[in-house]
Design a protein around this ligand. Structure first.
Ligand code: CMC
Length: 355
């Protein structure tokens, strides 16, 4: 037996490997390949940031055109995929995403091509899932840009002028170093399994309410909060029952989640009087005053998507459709300098005994 190293539960603060893709940085800012994610959200398109994350540098004009074209030409579903979704009628869109993505073939062992397939198809699978399960009309895909196309399929057409707000949110959701779903993907990749299987593991992990699933649980409580008093009562009630409030707290951001603050300001710009936005701020203020726990990105992301007329069933799929570009980069990084991820455990079962 080699020497054992004991680490804290949940691997909190344990550095398990190196990455050049993103960091939450000494400054508390989230950096993608060195650039502040909030600056990228302000000034770059979703495709430019996706390219940066996957390939390590911002694209030239020609590279961007080619990357966009590759995504666009794969933004379609084949008959078999549609048929399976029609049969499944799975109401939980994330379960559907996880199942349907796992059917995408691993093309000729080509990692890049396989990721493009998954990245391009995820928005369509999300939109079609809701159509198959809830009979929602399948809206036509419109526009030129990735986020714009996704917006046209899932958001309120009357809010079309705000599609770039969705794009900004998707940029901020794109990557977050060794978060749980990315780590699950890296564990899978470290066995040298194929990218489709690794993404399936990541989707399954993202779905949990302590990770991506939080953004689907925020609106239900915000709709009952009209003023500061309601907010205080809600927080007190949850804390007294020792229940977690979704959209608050973070393993890494203990004082401030820069993504949450960015999306909050975006909402202040486009929807200052939205009742759920006000409710979110009331809860944020009380929670910080009472427990010192900051809002995370999911609190304001849920409000933004609600304002854009995006049905709550799509909240988590939006996260997945962005984060897959981060997973792409991490898959390549893991396999390019691989060591099987296989920790040890402290055994707490019965002593060895005779049968
Ligand atoms: N509501 C109430 N109390 C909380 C919350 C919360 N949302 N988050 C943390 N706390 C308390 C927790 O009860 C604990 O208190 P005590 O020390 O008195 O026992 C203390 O803060 C530390 O919490 P922890 O759960 O040990 O911290 P962690 O770093 O393991 O957990 C977390 C981080 C995200 C799992 C947790 O904050 C949480 O469950 N939040 C709610 C779920 C959520 O919003 N998730 C989205 C995260 S952002 C999107 C993403 O990147 O995935």
């Amino acid at each position: 037996m080699t020497d054992e190293i004991k680490v804290p539960k949940g691997l909190a603060n344990v550095v398990v490997d190196r990455t050049s893709i993103a960091t939450t940085g000494a400054s508390g800012n989230l950096l993608y390949r060195g650039y502040r994610a909030v600056d990228l959200a302000d000034r770059k398109s979703f495709e430019e940031v996706a390219y940066l994350i996957v390939y390590g540098n911002l694209p030239s004009g020609d590279e961007l055109v080619a990357f966009r074209a590759r995504l666009n030409e794969n933004m379609k579903l084949d008959e078999r995929t549609i048929k399976v979704m029609d049969i499944l009628k799975e109401k939980d869109i994330m379960r559907n995403l996880r199942s349907i993505v796992s059917l995408i073939p691993y093309r000729n062992g080509d990692i890049n091509e396989t990721f493009i397939q998954m990245e391009a198809k995820l928005p369509l699978i999300s939109a079609y899932s809701a159509h198959a399960a809830y009979g929602k009309p399948m809206k036509n895909m419109e526009g030129e840009f990735f986020a714009e196309k996704f917006f046209s399929m899932i958001a309120d057409p009357h809010k079309k002028k705000y599609w770039k707000s969705l794009e900004k949110l998707m940029i901020l959701y794109m990557e977050h170093e060794f978060n749980a779903s990315t780590f699950a993907l890296r564990v899978a990749a470290s066995t040298l399994t194929d990218p489709v299987s690794a993404v399936t593991a990541a989707l399954a992990t993202l779905k949990g309410p302590l990770h991506g699933g939080a953004n689907s649980e925020v609106l239900s409580y915000l709709s009952g909060i009209r003023d500061e008093k309601d907010a205080a009562k809600f927080v007190e009630d949850k804390l007294s029952k020792k229940e977690k409030i979704m959209g608050f707290g973070h393993r890494v951001y203990k004082k401030k989640d820069p993504r949450a603050q960015y999306v909050k300001e975006e909402l202040r710009r486009i929807a200052p009087d939205d009742p759920k936005f006000r409710a979110a701020e009331y809860v944020e203020n009380y929670m910080f005053e009472k427990k010192g726990i900051p809002a995370n990105v999911d609190l304001f992301a849920a409000v933004l998507m609600d304002f854009l007329g995006i049905d709550e069933v799509f909240n988590l799929p939006v996260f997945a459709c962005s984060r897959i570009f981060g997973w792409n980069a991490h898959y390549s990084e893991q396999v390019s300098d691989n060591k099987l991820i296989r920790p040890a455990a402290e055994y707490s079962g019965p002593e060895e005994r005779d049968l």
